[in-house]
Design a protein around this ligand. Sequence first.
Ligand code: GLN
Length: 474
Amino acid sequence: MEFQSISQLKLLLDDNKISVKEIAQTYIKKIKEKKDLNIFIYFNEDKIYDQVKLIEKISNDNSLKGIPIAVKDLFCTKNMPTTAGSKILENFNPTYESFVTQKLINQGSMFVGKTNLDEFAMGSATNTSYFGDTINPLSNEGSPLAPGGSSGGSAAAVAADLCLGATGTDTGGSIRQPASFCGVVGIKPTYGICSRWGIVAFASSLDQAGIFSKNVTDASILLKEMAGHDLRDSTSSNVKIPNFSENLNIDLKGKKIGIPKEYTIDGISDEINEVWEQAIKSLEQKGAIIEHISLPHTKYALPTYYIIAPAEASSNLARYDGVKYGHRAENAKSLDDMYELTRSEGFGKEVKRRILIGTYVLSAGYYDAYYLKAQKVRKLIADDFVKAFKECDLILTPTAPSAAFPLNEKQDDPIKMYLNDVFTVPASLAGIPGISIPYGKDKNGLPLGIQLLSKHFNEQEIFNAAFALEKDYE
Ligand code: GLN
């Protein structure tokens, strides 16, 4: 049994054509069948049935009653462990619920499990997790593909129909890129719209929660429920959250769409350019006006990101020292020894690399040359967008420079892996919202994604344009 959307399932539930328990049974069966894809770090049937008992009692007015949701294992959950994909948090049971997951629970959603991710959300292929690689459900037998990352488990869970929505976090592209690789919708909203409270921190000035879904309407329903002001996150914005799904509007007449010339880079496949071109044409046919724009500092976005993100990570990850929680090395001979051994045993290679880079760029003598410089460039990149949005309402670009690549293809070359984020990091540095929707396929039949960006808090226009483009493939 496959449900196409949240509203379809909700209708069946409201008409008593399906019960919450039957929804649970359906998804438990699917998840077990797809066990080999290693999508979940945590899956426990009893925990799902425990939720069923609670959800059955609540009113059908709750917008997400009985809706199966997968949770990236970076969100702290009270009733399920939270690992961040790391050995260092292997046995961590949070005593609190993250803001975002609590809001989803309040509306009656059913958490089917915690999804795999790159360790501490550092990566683009979900292959740095302590709990093994996740396989893209679109892979052909015998040639496994990467689901993208870091929220690869969540994107794969939606693509494999193991839930109707999945939470993700996006620091430099971790929602948009895996959405593109797995052929699903993924939105990273404006920085600050969803509280970071209870999300394991990677780079706090960039980390943003968002959602994966099968279609734009579902993404708009879920985002409304996840967003909101929270005093426990000092960067949480106090803005009114529109009822995105009720306001969806495909009329793009007169909307100005910016096409940035800097996003035409060497080495990106013709197929991606063709898909981009098709989306431009389609928007034009729908009445939008195409503007050719420039974002001149885009070329510095990757190096800037790969200084700022590791710098913040090195500071955030200092807390994992084996003292209060998480892994603690045995047989240490002194306190220093315990710190060192705990961290060397608990963190994987990529996380250690980031801590080293981050510590280096923040150290005395290098701080000005790297970290401070990167902060200044970040401002220039953000200003590019401010200027651009004086000329246009939305910006359209490809999401990623390629379709899903073979698992482990870029494993030994961090720079190649980092290049995946070339189209997604600029928006992260600027804190603006971005969506990736599937739009066309490459010659191997793999989905390609296109990205729509807009100014801060303008998610509604992003949803509207994405909703209009989605119709091209219905
Ligand atoms: N791929 C990027 C990185 O490795 C982005 C990760 C993310 O957005 N969490 O840092």
